[in-house]
Each structure stands twice: as C-alpha cells, then as structure tokens.
Design a protein around this ligand. Sequence first.
Ligand SMILES: *Cc1c(COP(=O)(O)O)cnc(C)c1O
Length: 440
Amino acid sequence: MTFSVPQERKLVTELPGPKSVALQERRVHSVSRGAGTLANIYMDHGAGAILVDVDGNQLIDLGCGIGVTTIGHAHPDVVAAVTEQVAKLTHTLFTVTPYENYVRVAEKLAQITPGDFEKHSILVNSGAEAVENAVKIARKYTGRRVILSLDHAFHGRTNLTMAMTYRPWPERAGMGPFPGDLFSVPVSYPYRDGLSGEEAAAKTIDYITTHIGASEVAAFFVEPIQGDGGIVIPAPGYFQAIKTFCEQNGIVFVADEIQSGMGRTGTWFAIEHHGVVPDLITSAKGIAGGMPLAAVTGKAEIMDAVQPGGIGGTFGGNPVSTAAALAVFELIERDGLLAEAQRVERALVARIGGWTETFPVVGEVRGKGAMFGVELVHPGTKDPYPEALTAVLKHATTHGVIALDAGSWDSVLRIMPSVVISEELIDDAATVIEEALATL
Ligand SMILES: *Cc1c(COP(=O)(O)O)cnc(C)c1O
C-alpha cells in the first residue's frame, strides 16, 4: 500500500512547535479545561500510521484517537465513500424516511458478529449511546433493573455510563448523583490476582449472589479486553463461566466491543478469543474510520423486545457515517486487515515483549492484535508507578510518538496503532519509548 505521507517519523521543530503553542494559547481562552489533552500538539492531516502536525512534524500514531482509525488515517476508500455520500444526501433521519446504507450496515453487523442466530441492530452516534441503548433493551427484555459491570471497566461519560465506569477520578468526581441499580463486580486480572479464569469467575459470581442477587440482574456488561482499564485480559475460561452463569440466571450478556472490536485484536470481535457468543454486542470507535457511528447488535428476540419508537435518535446511523462504515467493512475483508492485526501482534511481541527482562519498571507486556498494554510498576514490586507513565508519555510525545495512558492507577502505557503500521515504525517508536524507560 502507498500512502500520501511517507511512513516515517520526522521532526522539523521542537514539540509542540510554534504553531501548536500559538493554538494552545487560544485554546485555553475558548475551550473547557475539562476536555483535557494528552499532548498539546495540533494536527493537520495524516495517512496510514503517521500524523502531521500544523508545524509539519510527522509523528508516529500509536493511539489512533483511542482505537478509532484502525485502518489508518485518511484511507482513500473511506474518503471516497464519504465524499460521494455527502454530495448525495446527509440526513433524512432513518426513523422518518429510511435509506439503504443503514440496512446494509445492520446486515453486515449480523454477519460479522459471533453467533449463529438471527441478529438485529440499532445504529447510534457514540459508544456511550450504544451502551445506554443496550441497557434499555436488556431491561425491557428481562423486565429487571440491575446492571452489572466489571472492576476497571470503562463504558462512557454520559450519566448512566459514567456510573458504570469503574474509576472515580477523573471520570466521575463531583458529577453525581448517579442512577441506581448499577454494580461493579470483581474482574479477572491475571497479573494482579494470579487466579485462573474459573477461580476468578467463582469470585465474581459469589459477589453477585451474596451482594446483589442474580434474579434482579438484567444485564452483565463486559469488555472482552479492557481498554481504558489497562488492557486487562481476563484469564482463559473466565468469560465462559460468566456466560454460563448468565444463561442459568436469565441475564443478558453484553460484550462492550467499542474499543476491542472491528478487527483491532486480529478477529472481528475480541470475545471470539474467549470462545463466547454474547447476547448483545456494542460497537463504535473503529467502525467507521473516524466518522461518528455506533451500534448495538444482538439476538433478534432481545433487540425486538423494544416497542417502535423506544430507541433511536436524530443523527443515529447517519448516511455519511454508514457509508464510511461500509467502506471500512470492505477494506477489512479485501485487504485482509484481521491478518494485519495479527502481524502487528507478532511484531510487538518480538520488539517489546522482552521489556519485562530489560526494564525493572515494566511489570507486564500484554495484548492481542494491535491492542497492547505495558504495565509500569515500582521495581521489584507490583505497585503501580504512574509517575513512570507520565515520564514515558512526556518523552514520547516530545519525540514524535503518540501513545496512550490507561489503567485504574494510570500506570499502563497503551499501544493501539493502526493495523497498517510497518515493522520499521514499530521499531522506531519502541526505540523512543525505550529511551524513556532506560532513565527510570
Ligand atoms: C470509548 C468507549 C466507550 C464510550 O464511547 P464514546 O464513543 O466515547 O461514547 C464505551 N465503552 C468502551 C469499551 C470504550 O472504549
């Protein structure tokens, strides 16, 4: 594949450069402080795994705007699909007068999600909105109130999804009151709990039975690989045991695949690695190459429990966003991007897998496909080391590498590049990160 920007890191000014600094001065007088930024480097354009800032610096993007531009920045096929659609029709509202793109996206979602049964979808604007809709649908279907999520979960920033999100700071602090009937239950976190999947599931289930009561539970939300929580991958067998428990108790099992889905981990959906078929799946982030779109997909019987007009929204499943999604689906299949994500996994394991031996601050390197976490700890312990992450991110961003933070203790370096990233870029970015790790 050829790109409109050479796939190399190139710095022509200090970072942030003068134009970024000038924009930042304007920003503090116009944009809410609440929209905090990781790096005050203003971007102009991008291609593949490279972002170009307003000063002409080329940065390696290991974040994809939190796992969104999985297929690479400004992919020509997505650009073409969006351009064509935007000139034809931008809006009718599907629930007033429908259009084919929406139906085609729903058909495709039914085909690529796990499960050999009829599946229906609703399309919305954002991940949080998808999670909210999944809550509504599960409650309507079961006639029950309680919603479960896992420790270290991230499900969004609306009032309901913020309350389903684990950590108090910065997501929730001072922003209550929150809705009731939401509970966080223990997850499987192999690096920290040392438990097998079965043991961890027994702990989760015991907590539910003794604190909450299974018969009250409408839905159990899980991230197959926790993203913001620090790339936590529950031990093998954990989700199977949880799914069985849900089946035995009439609980809707929801896989929140907003970050882990759409090919990022080398399968269409990360729950496939765990051998579990969810009742409902939420998608967003990588679904439309950067255009806003999200979906809830699941068993037709559950999805159709809602009365007509009970779910929807003005912009949901917009014609332009759905055109972008259709281009993304086609690209993933035509260019073999699931295999590309597996290639990125092999390259990352080969290049950074040994960091636990080389750097005393690296507790664990873990991930699937193009979704990796490097957990930083105080040497010789498992105590989280958030200052180390701050130092690594500062060094990386000022040297032209954009990576992400994660983890309930802000101590996991999150690496989520595009699946089209080259081995050379991975190597160069890893070298920059190593310079920072070596000083710790
Ligand atoms: C990002 C994310 C959300 C929220 O999506 P938004 O589009 O930001 O509302 C929900 N769940 C998971 C797992 C996410 O990563």
